[in-house]
Design a binder for this molecule. Structure first.
Ligand SMILES: NC(=O)C1=CN([C@@H]2O[C@H](COP(=O)(O)OP(=O)(O)OC[C@H]3O[C@@H](n4cnc5c(N)ncnc54)[C@H](OP(=O)(O)O)[C@@H]3O)[C@@H](O)[C@H]2O)C=CC1
Ligand SMILES: CC(C)CCC[C@@H](C)[C@H]1CC[C@H]2C3=C(CC[C@]12C)[C@@]1(C)CCC(=O)[C@@H](C)[C@@H]1CC3
Length: 357
């Protein structure tokens, strides 16, 4: 029997790695796991740790930097050569670079009526400073959203197969907020919340993908893992070493009594990702975000909540992404042809010079 092929981006740490671990614990025999990571050394370490607990598991590695157009195209090519089908594509890699924790806003929020919302979404207390990729895109937009969009587009042949369904599952966030997003500034070049913007855009994109691909058997959904202690969150208080976060655990457990979004461990954060793996995609709500939640007593569960998104904006985002996609493809083609021209010019020069001598 053909194995179920599952590809996870950003699988070497945090929530992505925990998902792989949980998938293997559920169904190691029938799975063909592919860890798509930018850093192969960390990817190999992740593979080793998975094989240590599941020695007979099938775990492949794939080099993929979601922030790079050429890397996405090359990785997709490799996938298409290696597998004839892709059943699950977890779009999980994500960054929140140079975060700034606004201590003032945090304390103001702590003593306001919006305190639970603040702990659930991190809204208003963290801003980021974004960079630019070698392709000329904003880093957060490119990594969290655009690279994944391009990956989906490239993998269309293995995702859309007659008589079969496949699932796209985005690791979005509670932090996604309409106010951080602008259609006129899709890459969030102007603001200080590129992370929130990229996650809100992924919520919209998921809806649009459902509209355009459901008839081809491809379904998309978004999850929020809740607040999880990972490399991403350790970066928020960079002066605080990881072990000090562990010391905060008792405080976090207390907060958990008031907000079930404090999943805290990657294992619990992966709850909704695993839950979606087991659902028939036709039964899912394209307007819902599936939340990993943990009760005050420490029980994990998954719950859908309606998102603040609309079809019209989703379609506009989709159109803009298609436009950017073709722009980036043209740019890549141009780069390739000038490289070829340069090369052939370089090899012809010596003989040309000889003739002159
Ligand atoms: N932790 C939390 O509280 C929350 C996290 N999330 C989301 O969960 C997802 C996973 O994050 P989390 O596990 O917390 O954090 P981690 O930093 O542990 O994991 C992020 C993963 O993404 C990878 N990654 C980053 N940039 C790229 C890139 N350009 N190309 C390929 N892979 C890349 C990282 O690789 P590397 O090891 O090389 O850096 C890493 O494997 C993210 O999308 C994040 O936004 C959402 C809500 C809350
Ligand atoms: C030092 C204090 C006692 C505690 C400080 C806590 C804050 C650093 C966290 C409280 C809520 C957290 C949170 C996130 C980051 C860390 C906090 C602000 C996120 C923004 C991380 C990324 C996401 O995508 C969100 C879903 C998280 C929401 C909650």
């Amino acid at each position: 029997k053909m194995k179920t092929v599952v590809l996870v981006t950003g699988a070497n740490s945090g929530i992505g790695l925990a998902l792989c671990e949980r998938l293997l614990s559920e169904a190691a025999e029938g799975l063909q796991l592919c860890l798509a990571c930018r850093n192969m050394q960390r990817a190999r370490a992740a593979r080793q740790s998975l094989l240590a607990s599941h020695p007979s598991a099938q775990v492949d590695l794939l080099q993929l930097d979601t922030s790079s157009i050429s890397s996405v195209i090359n990785a997709a090519q490799e996938v298409k050569l290696k597998y004839e089908r892709l059943d699950y594509l977890y779009l999980n890699a994500g960054i929140m670079p140079n975060p700034r924790f606004d201590v003032k806003a945090f304390f103001r929020g702590l003593f306001s009526s919006g305190v639970t919302t603040m702990f659930a979404t991190g809204g208003g207390i963290i801003t980021q400073w974004d960079g630019v990729t070698p392709d000329g895109l904003r880093e957060v937009f490119a990594t969290n959203l655009f690279g994944h969009f391009l990956l989906v587009r490239e993998l269309e042949p293995v995702l859309c197969r007659a008589g079969q369904t496949s699932q796209l599952i985005w690791t979005s966030s509670n932090n996604a907020h309409r106010s951080a997003f602008s259609l006129e500034d899709l890459q969030h070049q102007k603001g200080t919340q590129p992370y929130s913007s990229s996650k809100y855009a992924s919520d919209l994109l998921s809806l649009a993908l459902n509209i355009h691909y459901n008839n081809q058997g491809l379904y998309s959904s978004v999850i929020c893992p809740g607040f999880v202690m990972t490399n991403l969150t350790y970066g928020i208080l960079p002066t605080m070493p990881a072990f000090l976060w562990t010391l905060l655990l008792p405080i976090f457990w207390l907060i958990r009594v008031f907000t079930n979004t404090f999943t805290l461990t990657p294992y619990s954060g992966a709850e909704a990702l695993l839950w979606l793996f087991k659902q028939r995609p036709e039964t899912l709500d394209p307007y819902a975000k599936y939340h990993s939640l943990t009760s005050g007593l420490g029980n994990n569960y998954t719950q859908p909540r309606k998102m603040d998104i609309d079809l019209e904006t989703a379609e506009l985002v989709y159109g803009k992404l298609l436009e950017l996609e073709s722009q980036m493809r043209n740019k890549l083609e141009k780069k390739k042809t000038t490289e070829i021209q340069k090369k052939s010019a370089g090899s012809e020069q010596p003989s040309y010079l000889k003739q002159n001598i």
